[in-house]
Design a protein around this ligand. Structure first.
Ligand SMILES: CCCCC/C=C\C/C=C\CCCCCCCC(=O)OC(CO)CO
Length: 289
């Protein structure tokens, strides 16, 4: 089946650290020589499916890939940390020309950190409401999450599911209880795995975020930051934190948009991503010519 023009693919990694580890991803189009591929990284407890609304709006002729991060979706069997796994994915797919990396929420944090750790792999990044660092930017919701109230992003009942949707998105999740129940059930099968990822992120990554982000000031690639004005999970003040930190970053705010930017504004997100790609950049010109 083809949805939004994408094909589902699997990539076996299977190195010494990850026997049988497999990435699952959506792909639309194929590699265009001397043009960056668009790579999409979803947020916590989400998966590649979250990008379909965006990818649908990206014209044929562009190469798009949306991956399932380790611990999410249909990617299975990983032991090593996310950044290293994602790096192996690019190597295995032969994405040797610098890419346009787009990440949402925790995926935005991963995209940002990836760009600092592997600068030669990226020529552009787009961060959709990445996780801001430390208590200064911590919203009430994020602090509850950190203290172990997981149902805000990991609902276990239908009631919690509707509450989560309301907190994270401006879209009315119409009371289609059947669809909600089916969706919730598929998520529940991943619950323990998601809890493990969240626990590890709060223990190992969150305390070091500010330090990890400090490297962003040295980025040579083009940086686009998008934030929803009604984001209740990742503070809108985070937008200023990142744009002050990153020289020449372009900052866009969406009105009537919560934390789930790809849910609330898929068409607008796609068109900003394309527009930014069209913006002349000496860095990219030098890379590809
Ligand atoms: C294992 C990975 C390591 C990398 C850790 C990097 C940075 C962040 C660290 C710790 C905070 C955890 C954040 C949790 C909140 C995320 C919000 C989020 O993603 O929202 C989703 C909806 O759930 C949107 O699609």
């Amino acid at each position: 089946m083809r949805r939004a023009g994408v094909k589902k693919r699997f990539l076996l990694i299977g190195d010494d650290n990850n026997e049988g580890a497999t990435f699952c991803y959506y792909e639309k189009g194929s590699k265009v020589p001397h043009e960056p591929s668009f790579i999409f990284i979803h947020g916590f407890s989400s998966d590649k499916y979250a990008w379909l609304g965006v990818i649908k709006e990206i014209p044929y002729g562009f190469h798009c890939i949306a991956i399932d991060l380790p611990g999410h979706g249909e990617s299975v069997g990983f032991n090593e940390e996310q950044l290293i796994a994602v790096n192996v994915f690019f190597d295995k797919l032969n994405l040797t020309e610098p890419i346009y990396l787009v990440g949402c929420s925790m995926g935005g944090s991963i995209a940002a950190m990836f760009a600092t750790k592997y600068p030669s792999y990226v020529c552009m990044i787009c961060l959709l409401a990445p996780v801001p660092p430390g208590e200064e930017y911590e919203t009430e919701l994020l602090s509850q999450l950190r203290s172990g109230v997981y149902h805000i992003v990991l609902p276990e009942t239908l009631k919690q599911f509707y509450a989560a949707a309301k907190l994270l998105s401006m879209k009315k999740v119409h009371a289609n209880r059947l669809l909600a129940r089916i969706y919730l059930k598929s998520r529940l099968s991943m619950l323990d795995q998601h809890k493990k990822v969240l626990k590890s992120a709060f223990e190992n990554d969150y305390p070091n975020l500010e330090q990890s982000y400090a490297e962003l000031k040295n980025l040579a690639c083009s940086v686009l930051i998008i934030w929803g004005r009604q984001d209740q999970l990742c503070s809108v003040d985070g937008a200023n934190y990142f744009s002050n930190l990153i020289p020449d970053a372009k900052l866009i705010f969406f009105d009537d948009c919560g934390h789930l930017i790809t849910t609330d504004k898929p068409t607008q997100t796609a068109s900003i991503i394309i527009k930014f790609w069209e913006t002349p950049s000496t860095y990219r010109t030098n890379l590809y010519n």
